[in-house]
Design a protein around this ligand. Structure first.
Ligand SMILES: [Zn+2]
Length: 63
């Protein structure tokens, strides 16, 4: 699907390797949604912000 935030990037299913959770990331604006999130403009958060809050860089790979 196309990212609702930027209307440019494709939202790709990925696995957060460090925590083994499924997430969805926009390749264009780096917004991340977790598996249980509804993918809308009012949900999702910047991938960089998540990495900082997590205290360590999360390795993300494509599912
Ligand atoms: Zn986007």
């Amino acid at each position: 699907m196309i990212c609702p935030k930027c209307n440019e990037g494709v939202v790709t299913k990925v696995i957060m390797k460090a925590v083994d959770e499924i997430a969805y990331v926009c390749e264009y604006c780096d917004t991340i949604w977790f598996e249980n999130d509804k993918i809308t403009t009012s949900t999702g958060r910047p991938l960089e912000l998540y990495i900082e809050e997590g205290g360590q860089r999360q390795e993300v790979r494509r599912a």
